[in-house]
Design a protein around this ligand. Sequence first.
Ligand SMILES: CC(C)(COP(=O)(O)OP(=O)(O)OC[C@H]1O[C@@H](n2cnc3c(N)ncnc32)[C@H](O)[C@@H]1OP(=O)(O)O)[C@@H](O)C(=O)NCCC(=O)NCCS
Length: 143
Amino acid sequence: MKIKELSIDRYEEVLELFKRTPGVSVRDADSMDAASRYLARNPGLSFIAEYEGVIMGCAMCGHDGRRGYLQHVVVDPPFRGRGIAHALVTRCLDRLEEVGIVKTHIDVFVTNDLANEYWTKNGWMKRDDIYRYSFLRSSNPNA
Ligand SMILES: CC(C)(COP(=O)(O)OP(=O)(O)OC[C@H]1O[C@@H](n2cnc3c(N)ncnc32)[C@H](O)[C@@H]1OP(=O)(O)O)[C@@H](O)C(=O)NCCC(=O)NCCS
């Protein structure tokens, strides 16, 4: 298994993985154009786990200069429980630390029990002191 930087030419495959994974919401913000912009703004921070050309998992990561943000940490079901998510997330956090960022957030749907258990088990602090507010400047609810 190799951990490699996610490049835009592998994004189509990654998007297919997101689409078939319950608990992962795929929106217009996950389009090829948006991903291209995201990767260009956050170079060297998103990774795939690959074995013999097959993408087994992915973690996308960025920062705003102050805090890190993880999104779409996904491992294909047949490859779960082998430390792949741990390896991907560690790589993201290592890279963030290299640029001076030591605190990272991830949004998880309240209903995504599997993911909520995962982050709690792995030492991520569930925040009860923050609400996330979102403002949509589009008539498209899937923006
Ligand atoms: C959550 C997910 C990424 C975990 O991937 P994974 O590769 O199976 O996780 P790992 O094998 O790296 O697990 C690392 C550790 O977490 C534990 N773990 C794995 N899945 C867990 C779960 N659902 N609940 C609690 N602990 C879990 C493992 O036992 C391991 O612990 P250990 O080091 O003590 O053995 C994967 O289940 C997934 O893709 N889920 C669906 C997508 C999703 O909801 N992603 C999150 C969106 S925010």
